[in-house]
Structures are given as structure tokens and as C-alpha cells.
Design a protein around this ligand. Structure first.
Ligand code: TRP
Length: 334
């Protein structure tokens, strides 16, 4: 029997997942779960690094995140969902890995650099936030992941994990798998305001848990072509969220092409295209809402999925930690 390669992915439980998450990662996870051994980490400890003043928010979002996963058909039979904080060995591993990297190396990490700037921390970066890439490396190495599906912006994290693994392995002997990135080719989905990225902090998302009415409301105020004043003006379809979403969520390419042609000629109004987009998005979201409702009714079931997943994941990290403690000679009592 061929051993499946292992994948680790994860999210911070800080808010509802949206269509951008679906296009950028969830869809891929649903496909990958058949071919790989997939672990999905609900990274609540990492979420606390920049939300430590608001732990209740993180706690509430753990269940919401699990519901998002389950509602898009990430299957608890095929994928293992883990709550990070319930695997304390990951924190233990983080401490050992801290010795494998310098402050200068961490400071060079472009992802963290960016986030520090965005958050306006300046000189007052909490240490926990500054070192979260080490904790993320512990996640990846603790699970002995072969592959980590990521977008471009997370590449430095994987590179750093690899460096840490190499350093550890060369100092103490072969202990960790060197992880590789699995770059997803899916383009980023723009926000309903046309901004490059759909993002909770930009308040421009359509969430997987949004009701049909909310989708109507959001699509109706969606940005389109600012150069077009009347429906009879020739319009632009590129960089136009309405058409970007149509292409991302509608299979009938002929119908899209027809809309695009007419839009460019000024022969169809925004409202007509938007009405069609509402139908398409709502028929995409409806089964997701239904599935979510089923799980919402049965919080026992969701809890037991999380409990089982966490136990299974913890057992994997425990195995890794047996090797690690031996390597760093902290296995005093055997
Ligand atoms: N940093 C990821 C995010 O912000 C979450 C995460 C934590 C993660 N640990 C991970 C992703 C390990 C992949 C592998 O969404």
C-alpha cells in the first residue's frame, strides 16, 4: 500500500470564511482530501497573538470555522480538523525551534514585516506576534507535513520552516520532514468594492454563511465599471467584480461571453447582470447553507468531530515530540 503524502493547512479563527477563501483554498482542500492525508489546523493560539485582548472572539470563531469547513464538504472522514491550543506539544516544540533561528532572520521575514507595518506596532510588537512564524513552523514540522498549500504571501513561512528543519536535522540528526509548498494557481478573488483582495478587514466580503438576502444586498451595491454612467454606454468587463465573480462561479461560459459582449457594447445594464449573478451565487451557496444548518442543529456532532480530529492530530505530534526530546536530550524519564 502506498503511503499517502501528508498535507497541513490551517486558518486563524478570527471571522467567517468568504468566497475568497473558497476560491483560494477551501475548494482545493475538498479536492486534495481524497489523494492526501490532510490535516487542517484551527490556529487559535496563532490568532491570539494579535487578538489576545479578545479571547472570547477567538473561542466563538472556532466553532464557526469548523462549520464553514464542514459546510463546504470538507469531510471529517477524509480530513482531520485539529484545534491548535489542545495540542500543547506544539507549544513545547515552538520553544525548541526558537533556538534554530535568529532575531535577524525573523526580522527579514517579509510577511511578518508587512503585518507589523499594517498593524502599526512600530517598536511595540508583542513578542508572541513577532515569533508566530516559529510557532507556525512547529505546526508544520510537528505534523511532519510533506506539503503545505499556500498562497504567495505565505511562501516565506514555508521557506523559514524548511531552514529550521534543516538546522535541527543537521545538529541533532534526522528528525523532521522538510516541507514543500504547494502553490495554488488560483487567482485572488477581489472584493465587492473592486479592491484587489476580498478581506474581512476591508469589509468587502461575501461570506459562505451569508443569507440569500444579504447576497442580494451585497451584489446590488457591488462596484462595477466607474466609467460607465448609463446602461447604453460601452462598459468594461475586466477589473469589474461582477464579471470576475461570474467567471469564478458560473460554468456556462457561453452565457458569460454573451453578457460580456453585450456589456461592452452598452446593450445590457448593470442591474440585469447583477440579478443573474445573484442567482448564480445563491445557487452556489444554497447547498452550503443547507449543510451548515444540518451541522448547526447538531453541535454535539461538531464537537465530537473536533475532539476526534484533535486527538488524532495530537497523537501524530506526540510521536514527533518523542523524537525531538530524544534529539535534544530532554527525555530524562524515558
Ligand atoms: N498563518 C495561517 C493563516 O493566517 C494559519 C496557519 C497556522 C497555518 N498554522 C499553519 C497554515 C500551518 C498552514 C500551516 O491563515
Amino acid at each position: 500500500m502506498s503511503k499517502k503524502k501528508r498535507i497541513l493547512t490551517g486558518d486563524r479563527p478570527t471571522g467567517p470564511l468568504h468566497l475568497g477563501h473558497y476560491v483560494g483554498s477551501l475548494k482545493n482542500r475538498v479536492l486534495l482530501q481524497d489523494e492526501y492525508e490532510q490535516f487542517i489546523l484551527i490556529a487559535d493560539i496563532q490568532a491570539l497573538t494579535d487578538n489576545f485582548e479578545n479571547p472570547q472572539k477567538i473561542k466563538n470563531n472556532i466553532l464557526e470555522l469548523a462549520l464553514d469547513y464542514l459546510s463546504v464538504e470538507i469531510s471529517p472522514e477524509k480530513s482531520t480538523i485539529i484545534i491548535q491550543s489542545q495540542v500543547p506539544e506544539l507549544a513545547e516544540l515552538t520553544v525548541y525551534l526558537m533556538n534554530m533561528i535568529t532575531v535577524a532572520q525573523l526580522e527579514r521575514n517579509p510577511t511578518v514585516k508587512n503585518e507589523i507595518r499594517q498593524k502599526g506596532y512600530r517598536e511595540n510588537v508583542p513578542v508572541g506576534f513577532f515569533v508566530y512564524p516559529i510557532s507556525q513552523s512547529a505546526d508544520i514540522l510537528g505534523f511532519q507535513a510533506n506539503l503545505v498549500p499556500v498562497g504567495e504571501d505565505q511562501l516565506p513561512m514555508i521557506e523559514q520552516s524548511r531552514e529550521i528543519a534543516r538546522r535541527f536535522n543537521s545538529l541533532y540528526g534526522q528528525t523532521f520532514v522538510e516541507p514543500k509548498e504547494m502553490l495554488s494557481e488560483v487567482p485572488r478573488l477581489c472584493g465587492i468594492d473592486g479592491k484587489e483582495k476580498m478581506s474581512k478587514s476591508l469589509n468587502n466580503t461575501i461570506n459562505l454563511s451569508d443569507s440569500a438576502d444579504i447576497v442580494v444586498e451585497k451584489v446590488m451595491r457591488m462596484y462595477t465599471d466607474p466609467t460607465r454612467v448609463r446602461a447604453t454606454d460601452p462598459g468594461h468587463t475586466e477589473h469589474n467584480p461582477v464579471f470576475i465573480y461570474l467567471n469564478a462561479f458560473h460554468d456556462d461560459k457561453k452565457e458569460i461571453k454573451d453578457f460580456e459582449d453585450r456589456y461592452r457594447l452598452g446593450k445590457v445594464g448593470d442591474i440585469e447582470v447583477k440579478k443573474r449573478l445573484v442567482e448564480i451565487l445563491n445557487s452556489f451557496l444554497e447547498p452550503i447553507r443547507q449543510k451548515r444548518k444540518e451541522y448547526e442543529k447538531d453541535s454535539h456532532l461538531v464537537n465530537s468531530i473536533l475532539k476526534r480530529g484533535t486527538e488524532k492530530g495530537r497523537a501524530v505530534v506526540e510521536q514527533t515530540m518523542t523524537l525531538v526530546r530524544k534529539a535534544v536530550k530532554t527525555d530524562y524519564f524515558g
